[in-house]
Design a protein around this ligand. Sequence first.
Ligand SMILES: Cc1cc2nc3c(=O)[nH]c(=O)nc-3n(C[C@H](O)[C@H](O)[C@H](O)COP(=O)(O)O)c2cc1C
Length: 192
Amino acid sequence: MHFSKESIFTDARSHKKYHGNSLTEKELREIYELTKCAPSANNSCPLRMVFVNTPESMEMLALCAMDFNQEKTRTAGSAAILAYDLEFYKNFSKLAPHMKQPTPHFSWSEEQLDRYALANSNMQAGFFIAASRALGFDCGPLGGFYTNEVKDKFFKDTHWKFNCVVLLGSGDRSVLHPRGARLEFEEACRII
Ligand SMILES: Cc1cc2nc3c(=O)[nH]c(=O)nc-3n(C[C@H](O)[C@H](O)[C@H](O)COP(=O)(O)O)c2cc1C
């Protein structure tokens, strides 16, 4: 494992070009085993993912990408499609048995469920990126995909909604632009 602040934060970048190697199933499982430790409201764990891990399935994914993301996707040997499950609340008897069952989420509107699931799956998505980096993999999140096409091709039979794609593997640092500016502490934070 590479648990340095450099490898997870300060040196880590959102890679756009990869050397094409795919991860093993063991490595994909290791990423999930760390990701699943992420906090989420009521331990709802709404994140779902499809690991895309063959040249054929990566090409299928590239065909769902907006034009500016197609080539980037084609350079990677592996990717995770991150999604969130609008029926996350059906797992509460396992994930939150201390709550009174059935939980109030069963009567929520689709808009309420969507907002809650997206917010919490984003929390888990951040952990997914940190987990991948901690295990030594470069990664790069990409939102620019045709969401209906992704759903249709990869998880049509579910109540999942597309969040983003994260390309995985070994990135080519030589093509990276210099890192973009970040807001300074004074611009983004307050201490009271
Ligand atoms: C949700 C999300 C969606 C993104 N979508 C795209 C995208 O469609 N195409 C792309 O090239 N980069 C995309 N990015 C990458 C960002 O541009 C990148 O993370 C940001 O510029 C910071 O770069 P750095 O991590 O190398 O400093 C996305 C990032 C996130 C978190």
